[in-house]
Design a protein around this ligand. Sequence first.
Ligand SMILES: Nc1ncnc2c1ncn2[C@@H]1O[C@H](COP(=O)(O)OP(=O)(O)OP(=O)(O)O)[C@@H](O)[C@H]1O
Length: 519
Amino acid sequence: MDAERAKVAELEANHRALSLELANAKSLELDKRRELVSASDEIEKLRMKHAKEIMELEMEAKSKAREARELADELRLAKSDLERERDNVSNLKATLSHQSTSHIALNAQINALQAQKAATQMQLDALMTTSSDKTLDLETAHRRILDLEQDARESEMVRRKLHNMVQELKGNIRVFCRVRPEKGREADITFPDKRDHKEIVVSSSSSSAMGSERKEIYNFGFDRVFEPESTQIEVFEEISFLAQSCVDGYNVCIFAYGQTGSGKSFTMEGGSTEATTGMIPRAVDQVFKAADDLKSKGWEYKMDGQFLEIYNETINDLLGKGEFDKKKHEIKHDKSGTRVTDVNVMPLQSPASVTSLLRVANSRRTVAATLMNERSSRSHSVFTLRISGTNTHTGESCEGSLNLVDLAGSERLNSSGAAGDRDRLKETQNINKSLSALGDVIAALGEKAEKGEKHIPYRNSKLTYLLQNSLSGNSKTLMILNLSPLAAHLNESLCSLRFATKVNNTMIGTAKKQIRGSS
Ligand SMILES: Nc1ncnc2c1ncn2[C@@H]1O[C@H](COP(=O)(O)OP(=O)(O)OP(=O)(O)O)[C@@H](O)[C@H]1O
């Protein structure tokens, strides 16, 4: 039993040892299991890390491969650039060697040119010296030319003055002839006197009864002949002394005579431009200038103007009001000069006031022309500028007048076609009457100058009566004969030329100044 007990005890002890061993084994197993779990975690982590590292390595490998490719590309490009650069370098080397050769050649040229430049500079210096000498010579010559031109101008003025004095001493009426420009069938008119411009030659051809051609040549001489190209300035240059002399106390009368359309109005009144300005505005301008110049010598002037029209022997005031002037105007002569009753006399302060006076007169003439059959060419127009001056230093006084007359068309009865028209016939008879009265007055003045006493028939027409004081031996008279160059007007032109020649040959005596001393 004991043995049994011992055995049981022993078994129990074994059991306990075994249980302990089992427990230990279990705890060991547990530890081992834990270790296993932790080892597997570790393995998992390592695996993941490894996978990540592999992935990164793969990506790195890919990027390296790309870089390698790019580097390979770059290398290729670099190689081709290098190749090109090599080519360039070899080209540049070739160019350089060529340029070097050129450079050497250019240097040689530059040296040659510099030598040439130095030689040219020396020549230039020599020329500059000569040129400044020449410039001096030229300036001297230029001054000399200016002096000579001035001398020539002065001589020309002296020549004109002397010419005028001779004319005044001769005492005849001056006559200028002006031929209008025209494009058309022109008559055979020539101007042979190219130096003094005093001659006009008109030729006409006619067939005789036998059929043979006959050419007649008519030669006329006047104080001045203006060719068609002559300008208003040139014409005025020749008459400016007359405008001047009315400031000195003379009575001056300038007529424009000629057939309708021959250029009378163009000459007297002119156009609207500077170049075409006519004799009236130019003369007035000149009178104002002359009066202004004499201010320094103590002269003070007063000027006034009137503009009348004589139509069918009645006087019409072109500065009046209304369409037609219905007033009856009378011409009065007394010691103070000629006066026309009831006409407007405009004080003239400046040349501009004359422009407005001409405008008023022209607008009235235009109205009349549209109402009455081109009346302007069928009437005489008389612009009168009266000038009175006193000298504050000397007490002298003077009175002058300037009459600028645009005469009615001078064509003869038949050629104007007036015969069948009563109004036209009356107009033409009146024009002829007054123009022949003008001729008679001039002829009588001529006779008076030659033979002494002679009655002057001023009263035979309104025109001559109005101009009595300016149409005497005591006044300066100029007739401008206007001619049309047309072949169709040849006969009229010849009549006008003959009339003007008669006037030109008339001596009317020497003009006198209207100057009074201080009283
Ligand atoms: N020297 C000239 N230069 C240019 N044109 C001119 C000249 N003379 C006249 N004329 C022109 O010829 C035309 C006729 O001239 P203007 O009217 O002056 O003649 P007129 O003799 O006064 O005629 P009317 O008796 O009808 O008044 C106008 O158109 C005018 O402008």
